[in-house]
Design a protein around this ligand. Structure first.
Ligand code: NAD
Ligand code: ADE
Length: 473
């Protein structure tokens, strides 16, 4: 079995954690029960680029039980749980359809390794690529599109790189091109679609769709109600404080937290701090989200004002340089700075590394103290500015990931079973409602039904969908 993980001997520990997680992932387990014998994904080759955690292990093995042939990489250099990666690589029953899955991921990859490992997740047997991609953040989609464009005369790979990440992407693409100049064209020809997990990946897909450069169909899983209104919100509500506590052991009660952005993730993060008796300040650029925050009783203010007040800063925007060097120069001594948005460019860490009056001291893995000689203060940066909940903790817990990943499996089945044009799609509202239904019983929740008379009165079918498309939940 081909795989690259940190330590395969961690498999036994990983397996025990996966078994515990299965109990908390009723949506995925019910899909295994429903489709385990008919195997609707039989024949499908799937490349995954999504945090290689215990929860993702349950997703991978569900896709495997539905018949798929899978290769997997992580979508972040710090988020892999090595015991989960080892358990998936070892598999449940050697030599059977429940055998090991090729996993290419470990915690603490370099950026160069990250892009190499992602490419390996694309390389099936006999020069074949995947038929389906599960993407989180759009890196697999990016590699595929840039690779295809290179094979069709585009010169992007020969341009100057602005940073190390770009340099590594260009290098891996050049290497592949030298080895097999038709690889990405073959991949695109055999690809039935991509399902994208997160807001930032959806943004990147939308740009391609607008520019008419999207090569394959893509299902926007993020904007299923049972994804963005659950994972992004309740998931981050569960995992943000866990990460800050594990990293710093700070007392949150009485402190002031600044939540930058009040979208779905920001709402969850703000609630989490409120639950710890932390004073919460919110910064926003969108008047609607700002008004929502104000109506929830949070103090909404400009970043400039928050800088001198905040003890903890969390970026949740998916935007670029939301916290910059000047901001960090104005913060209080020992302010904690972290990001829960998808990419590490929300906080301008590169500027800290460049400045001659700033020194960095590592306190422990993924906790760094930056000291500013000019201002005479320090700040504590968590997870190197990358997703703090997956770097300093273990991400969202299983039940929440079951809701997200049930959508992912149903998206993969849709792409495999139906033919789509190269554009973006949402999953049907019936699927959204079904995903919710699969998770109600585990929480002891029961719902009422309506009579046909009531259905007519509110203009919905008695079997659902129970809301019209414009309803915003
Ligand atoms: P969203 O669009 O719902 O919210 C982002 C908010 O940030 C918006 O309200 C926007 O107006 C605001 N914003 C943008 N620029 C700003 C600025 N300069 N200052 C203040 N506010 C600003 O997106 P979301 O679903 O909340 O996702 C946010 C990010 O988190 C994305 O990168 C997403 O991929 C990521 N995400 C991470 C996790 C995780 O587990 N860490 C989970 C889900 C999503
Ligand atoms: N995103 C947030 N938390 C996660 C987890 N536990 N596994 C995979 N992806 C995640």
């Amino acid at each position: 079995m081909e795989f690259e993980v940190k330590d395969i001997s961690l498999a036994e520990w990983g397996r025990k954690e996966i078994q515990l997680a299965e109990h908390e992932m009723p949506g995925l387990m019910s899909l295994r029960k429903r489709y385990g014998t008919t195997k609707p994904l039989k024949g499908a080759r799937i490349t995954g680029s999504l945090h290689m955690t215990v929860q993702t292990a349950v997703l991978i093995e569900t896709l495997q039980d539905l018949g798929a042939d899978i290769r997997w990489a992580s979508c972040n250099i710090y988020s892999t749980q090595d015991q989960a990666a080892a358990a998936v690589a070892k598999g449940r029953e050697e030599g059977t359809s429940r055998g090991g899955v090729p996993v290419f991921a470990w915690s603490g990859e370099t950026i160069e390794e990250y892009w190499d490992l992602l490419y390996k997740a694309f390389c099936f047997y006999e020069g074949k690529g995947p038929n389906l991609i599960v993407d989180d953040g759009g890196d697999a989609t990016l590699l595929l599109h840039r690779g295809y464009e290179l094979e069709h005369g585009d010169n992007w790979v020969y341009l100057e790189s602005k940073n190390e990440e770009e340099r590594c992407i260009r290098n891996v693409l050049k290497k592949i091109h030298a080895e097999d100049a038709g690889f990405w064209t073959r991949v695109v020809e055999s690809l039935r679609g991509i399902s994208e997990e997160t807001t930032t990946g959806v943004l990147r897909l939308r740009l391609r769709e607008e520019q008419n450069t999207l090569l394959v169909p893509a299902i926007n899983v993020n904007d299923s109600v049972t994804k963005s209104k659950f994972d992004n919100l309740y998931g981050c509500r569960e995992s943000i404080v866990d990460a800050i506590r594990r990293a710093t052991d700070i007392t949150l009660s009485g402190k002031t937290a600044v939540v930058c952005g009040y979208g779905n993730v920001g709402k969850g993060v703000a609630q989490a701090f409120r639950g710890c008796y932390t004073r919460v300040l919110v910064t926003e650029i969108d008047p609607i989200c700002a008004l929502q925050a104000a109506m929830e009783g949070y103090e909404v203010c400009k970043m400039e004002k928050a800088l001198s007040i905040g003890d903890i800063f969390v970026t949740t925007t998916g935007n670029y340089h939301v916290i910059n060097e000047q901001h960090m120069r104005q913060m209080r001594n020992q302010a904690i700075v972290c990001n829960i948005g998808h990419f590490d460019n929300e906080i301008d860490i590169a500027s800290l590394e460049r400045a001659s009056d700033i020194t960095k001291q590592n306190i422990k893995p993924l906790v760094d103290l930056y000291s500013f000689e000019t201002e005479g203060h320090s700040i504590l940066l968590l997870a190197g500015g990358r997703l703090v909940n997956l770097g300093c903790a273990t991400g969202h817990p299983s039940f929440i990931m079951s809701i997200s990943f049930t959508n992912q499996v149903l998206a993969q089945m849709t792409l495999w079973q139906e033919t789509h044009k190269p554009q973006m799609y949402l999953l049907d509202k019936r699927i959204d409602e079904e995903v919710a239904t699969l998770h109600l019983a585990a929480l002891g929740a029961e719902i009422d039904s309506i009579t046909s008379e009531q259905g007519e009165y509110i203009a919905v079918n008695v079997a659902g969908p129970f809301k019209h498309e414009q309803y915003r939940y």
